[in-house]
Design a binder for this molecule. Structure first.
Ligand code: MN
Length: 204
């Protein structure tokens, strides 16, 4: 068998201190180097366990390993989206423009209404999870998803344009248990250019 590719932790597109005061250096560093890294390691470990079992003809608990793969790959993919849909204050924040603004107005009526629904989705995730903005290619309509854990309530193949991590590990250093304060702060560091770029890739 050829050498198989594994997952790797991506570099952040900014420095650890660059999202302050909305996200502290300590919070972002732990989140990226410990939590995200753990999903990368977990996905690779599961893949390697499967590879070894295939190579050596061993039995493997397929259900358990696939569950582990889904959780860890989901975590890796969503965190990568998350880092890129944020930008230092000044470059991030404000309001979307262009086609993204048009799509938001068409679906939600206004940016304010979208922001409120997305915040509500983030605030009401049971336990750990994400709020996500996606575009359904079948209808061309924007959809808000409320993802539980990293992999529950995800619509298969539906392209995600923007995510907000509301696992406690995403905000506990800065905001303790106040998820609402963290969700509010997120709007000051959204990288709308990146979200619009992703929309353009789907719309073509
Ligand atoms: Mn996270």
């Amino acid at each position: 068998m050829a050498q198989s590719k594994l997952y790797a932790l991506p570099e952040l597109p900014y420095g650890y201190g660059d999202l302050q005061p909305h996200m502290s250096e300590e919070q972002l560093r732990i989140h990226h180097t410990k939590h995200h890294q753990a999903y990368v390691n977990g996905a690779n470990a599961a893949l390697q366990r499967l590879e070894r079992a295939r190579r050596e003809g061993l039995e493997v608990d397929v259900k358990a390993v696939l569950k582990e793969l889904s959780w860890n790959i989901g975590g890796h993919v969503l965190h990568t989206l998350f880092w890129y849909n944020m930008a230092p204050p000044g470059r991030g924040g404000g309001r979307p423009g262009g086609r993204l603004a048009d799509a938001i107005d068409a679906e939600f009526g206004s940016f304010e209404r979208f922001r409120r629904e997305f915040s509500q989705a983030a605030l009401t995730v049971e336990g750990s999870g994400w709020a996500a903005l996606a575009l359904c290619p079948l209808t061309g309509r924007l959809l808000i998803l409320q993802i539980e854990k990293h992999n529950v309530n995800v619509a298969p193949t539906l392209p995600i344009l923007m995510v907000l991590d509301v696992f406690e590990h995403a905000y506990y250093v800065d905001y303790r248990n106040d998820r609402g304060k963290f969700v509010e702060a997120f709007w000051s560091i959204v990288n709308w250019d990146e979200v619009e770029k992703r929309l353009g890739k789907v719309l073509g």
